[in-house]
Design a protein around this ligand. Structure first.
Ligand SMILES: Cc1cc2nc3c(=O)[nH]c(=O)nc-3n(C[C@H](O)[C@H](O)[C@H](O)COP(=O)(O)O)c2cc1C
Length: 165
């Protein structure tokens, strides 16, 4: 392991090092001009149990940044192993839900079918995070189901192989 200082010259190496942290993949959906707008995100993390807080980080350079920064509510969906293509499509275009119909709940949250878990959030705080913002959401409602998660690691997608414990 060769140490380096993160700098513009070592940006690739820094991304690679960060990519060694395995995450799940989530899709965040907010309303934009009366329509659902999605973004695929692996910066999701739990923050607090009481109050119930989670965070995620949209890039300031994303064309969708303003929508999520200004959103008065959003829903976060944890993708299942069979939702890789959906995650890739929504990374490219925030409105390309394909055949997956997103429903709007009576409280104005959008719901992506087939996910492993969802969290309906109201904005709690927005912090500066360099070229990203750190958005903290207060969870109003949540649900989950059993199933295999989509895993993202080293720029690749996979699923979870459980070795018996
Ligand atoms: C697996 C995966 C994880 C991602 N995680 C984030 C993230 O945490 N934050 C973010 O701003 N964009 C993330 N992106 C990129 C966005 O989904 C999207 O592609 C980006 O905002 C570009 O949007 P634009 O073309 O509308 O500018 C991720 C993409 C993928 C495929």
């Amino acid at each position: 392991m060769e140490p380096f200082h993160p700098s513009p010259e070592t940006a690739r190496a820094f991304r690679d090092a960060l990519g060694h942290y395995a995450t799940g993949v989530t899709v965040v959906i907010a309303e934009s001009d009366g329509q659902p707008l999605a973004i695929t995100v692996n910066s999701f993390a739990s923050v607090s149990l009481d109050p119930p807080l989670v965070l995620w980080c949209p890039a300031k350079g994303s064309s969708r940044f303003a929508t999520f920064l200004d959103a008065d509510r959003y829903s976060i969906h944890v993708l299942a192993a069979d939702q890789r293509d959906l995650g890739l499509r929504l990374a490219r275009s925030g409105s390309d839900f394909g055949r997956d119909r997103v429903e709007r709940t009576e409280h104005g949250f959008y719901r992506l079918p087939g996910c492993l878990a969802w969290f309906e959030c109201l904005p709690h705080a927005a912090h500066d995070g360099g070229d990203h913002a750190i958005l903290v959401g207060q969870v109003q409602r949540a649900a989950c189901r059993p199933g295999d998660p989509l895993i993202f690691w080293g720029g690749r997608y996979g699923d979870f192989l459980q070795h018996g414990i």
